[in-house]
Write a protein that binds this ligand. Structure first.
Ligand code: C5P
Length: 416
């Protein structure tokens, strides 16, 4: 057997529909994973009659999605959009006559079909159905239509079918599908696919996490920021082809593999790291929870517990974003984050103006499912021209995608 192709780090969405050949999807998932791809399986409800989500979820190491509407509180109804953007390739194997018809006519009644409609990546359709269904002019017309739309269609294989008939209609073998996936990935990479890499050639600077201000060698002033929001913005920008630097305070997160990381501890160090890079940045996302005050006179040795009460003199840290705003160059986009507990929008609007920002992302840490340490966020995007957009509660990775969409679109419009 030839060695598996190298798909390391590539994102594959695999759509599985209700054909007897669905059991072969398990083998395809294994092969894709063996080749190094990250795989997200989507199933139509009928596919679950032929193979269980548990099987495909276990093999893909990712929860299988079927329903477009989230079942639990943490879910988000925009998942089909973010998955469509995440995917480097969308394979539908097996694709039934029903799903082929839906795709050909833009139906989006399941997670699978809605994601297909949102996807910007190449889409590979591997039909599987009985001989006469495959040959029917309606199906052949639909397959032609898919080719016209720009989808790749692998012809069904010839052989014995589940009905006992012999003819064309078998799903192509998983090994052949894997090879077609690898070829398509290589073609996409070679052509650079501008629409999938809208930030190619752009430099993005992101800050994340808390800062840690020393009181003495054993104690610090800090805050509960986990860095999740900033890391999500950095990952999403890198996925879009940007050259990303992540200036991060101490967090327990692993940075995305394709970003340059500058690790810092204090607000002063973060300021140095950011100011040194500001000139090159086309976009700056200042998601870090920077301490506003630092001990004025940190002790070189551990303080003793001599006094009942201790007063620590503090001094202001540099306002990194305000300095960036004061030096903003034409075309540079500055995005701040505001954590407000009362009169959020009014305070945030004031900050946006005071710091000369283009956007500010407002969230309230006292709201359920928002702010520090939560995997989700509920934010409002405020723009310098006065426009605002309330986003529903959603995972921070999705907030990052939508934020990038909006910020990019506004920059493109301004420079048009
Ligand atoms: O004024 P406030 O701290 O609420 O503003 C929040 C925004 O300013 C965030 O984007 C934060 O990263 C940034 N900031 C900064 N330097 C500071 C404090 C906050 O850049 N010293």
């Amino acid at each position: 057997m030839p060695p598996p192709p190298d798909l390391s780090g590539r994102h594959v969405v695999l759509g599985v529909t209700g054909s007897i050949a669905a059991y072969k999807a398990a083998s395809l998932v294994r092969r894709l994973k063996k080749a190094g791809a990250e795989v997200q399986v989507l199933m139509t409800p009928d596919a679950e009659r032929f193979v269980t989500p548990l099987t495909l979820g276990t093999l893909s190491e990712q929860e299988v999605l079927t329903d477009i509407f989230p079942e639990n509180e943490e879910g988000s109804w925009t998942k089909h959009v973010t998955l469509g953007q995440w995917a480097d390739l969308f394979v539908i194997a097996p694709a039934t006559a029903q799903t082929v018809a839906k795709l050909a006519h833009g139906f989006c009644d399941s997670m699978l079909t809605a994601t297909a409609l949102s996807a910007r990546c190449p889409l590979l359709v591997c039909p599987a159905m009985d001989r006469d269904m495959y040959q029917h002019p309606a199906t052949q017309d639909n397959l032609d239509r898919l080719r016209k739309i720009g989808y790749e269609v692998m012809p069904a294989a010839h052989g014995e079918l589940a009905s006992g008939l012999v003819g064309q209609g078998r799903m192509p073998e998983p090994g052949d599908i894997l090879q077609r996936v690898a070829d398509l990935m290589a073609e996409t990479k070679a052509s650079g696919k501008a629409q999938d890499m809208p930030l190619a050639g752009h430099t993005v600077l992101v800050t994340a996490g808390p800062t840690r201000e020393p009181i003495d060698p054993a104690r610090v002033l800090t805050n509960p920021s986990t860095g999740t929001m900033g890391y999500a913005v950095a990952a999403a920008a890198a996925e879009r082809g940007a050259s990303v630097t992540l200036v991060t305070g101490p967090t327990s997160l692993s940075p995305p593999s394709n970003v340059e990381v500058a690790a810092v501890q204090t607000a002063e160090e973060m300021n140095d790291a950011v100011q040194a890079r500001r000139a090159d940045a086309d976009y700056v996302f200042m998601a870090a929870a920077v301490a506003d005050y630092t001990p004025a006179d940190p002790s070189g040795s551990k303080r003793k517990k001599t006094d009942e009460d201790l007063v620590l003199p503090l001094r202001r840290t540099p306002d990194i974003l305000k300095t960036l705003g004061a030096h903003k160059r034409t075309g540079q986009v500055l995005v701040g984050f505001a954590l407000e507990t009362d009169d959020a929008l009014e305070h945030a609007r004031h900050k946006l103006e005071e710091k000369n920002l283009d956007w500010i992302v407002v969230n309230d840490p006292t709201e359920d499912g928002a702010g520090f340490g939560s995997s989700t966020n509920r934010v409002t995007l405020l723009r310098a021209d006065g426009a605002s957009e309330d986003l529903p509660r959603m995972p921070k990775a999705e907030v990052a995608e939508i934020l990038l969409d909006r910020v990019q679109a506004a920059r493109e419009k301004n420079s048009a």
